[in-house]
Design a protein around this ligand. Structure first.
Ligand code: ATP
Length: 293
């Protein structure tokens, strides 16, 4: 069963607008009935089953679900690394068939930066390799985004001298410097300690306030999804199907620990793990209910 939920009774903040309706804006990313499979000589593993969602410009769209529900596989398909076995992915109206500079991925691993390049060279590298900019402009752009992630003083440092959080900041600066249509993040803070993770979430939101990029973010943390996202797609356990979609633009770091935040987190937990649970109509306004099986 797939539910689309909308918390219409919660005040909206000026910082994070609700997603525009289909009448007022067209989706930047359309994932339409996408099934994804891994074929090994022994068997076929179905990672997702007929998943559909739309991401609008400046959305912070989160894919949330239990381990193995196909979140990373979906992200890789949007990046163009994996082709759907059925369905279609379109970015700005164009079908996605291969990786491209309009979609940059930030991964969880700290080793995504070539260690023989300085921080600045790391940020400049895709700009030069894709011939997006000449060296002088690439240097300028790299310095700009290093400043945005608070690493101006570390442009000449090598990655091995940085902390995990700093390396992730470099990866984010490198991604944003390419000015992709959509930034793809696959559990980028999962390997960080709790304090650094919180700080990185805060910085990501501050960066979004300033740059207003479009984000597709994968996590299996309900709290992180509520803090980072303005919209959340809940995926059922393996193979991933759309369980529900909800708006979460009214939550931020400051809501954590509050009653509304906790209640929503618990409700999401039940929706993810308890097939029998239904949203309470006095809290959740059902925009649409689709039965997919
Ligand atoms: N290279 C692969 N070959 C075969 N099966 C794979 C491969 N990668 C992933 N899978 C399978 O596809 C399914 C979805 O995996 P995926 O990594 O997308 O899930 P996930 O939701 O991102 O999980 P996690 O939160 O643990 O990272 C799982 O059953 C997994 O075992």
């Amino acid at each position: 069963m797939s539910l689309v939920l909308d918390y219409t009774d919660v005040p909206r903040t000026a910082a994070a607008e609700p997603p525009p309706s289909a009448e007022t804006a067209s989706a930047l990313l359309r994932v339409d009935q996408v099934s994804l499979e891994y074929r090994t000589p022994q068997r076929v593993v179905r990672a997702t089953h007929q998943v559909s969602f739309e991401v609008f410009p400046a959305d912070r769209f989160v894919l949330l679900g239990p381990s193995g529900c196909g979140k990373s596989t979906l992200l890789k398909a949007v990046a163009g690394f994996i082709a759907p076995s059925e369905g279609e992915i379109r970015l700005a109206g164009t079908p996605v068939h291969e990786p491209g500079p309009d979609r940059i991925v930030v991964f969880q691993e700290f080793d995504q930066l070539p260690p023989w390049k300085t921080v600045r060279q790391n940020v400049m590298f895709p700009l030069l390799a894709s011939r997006t900019l000449k060296r002088a402009e690439a240097t300028e752009r790299a310095n700009y985004f290093l400043d945005k992630v608070g690493l101006s003083a570390f442009g000449d440092a090598y990655p091995h001298t940085l902390s995990g959080g700093m390396k992730q900041r470099v990866a984010i600066a490198r991604a944003l410097a390419m000015q992709p249509k959509i930034l793809l993040m696959d559990e980028p803070f999962a390997a960080l300690d709790a304090l650094t993770r919180r700080k990185m979430q805060e910085e990501l939101l501050a960066l979004w306030e300033e740059v207003r990029f479009t984000l597709l973010f994968v996590t299996h943390s309900i709290e992180e999804a509520l803090v980072v996202g303005n919209r959340i797609l809940l995926l059922s356990p393996h193979p991933g199907r759309v369980r529900a979609e909800l708006n979460s633009h009214h939550f931020g770091l400051r809501s954590q620990g509050g009653a509304g935040f906790q209640e929503t987190a618990q409700r999401i937990h039940r929706l993810l793990f308890d097939e029998g649970d239904a949203p309470e109509p006095d809290v959740l306004h059902l925009r649409d209910v689709r039965f997919s099986h």
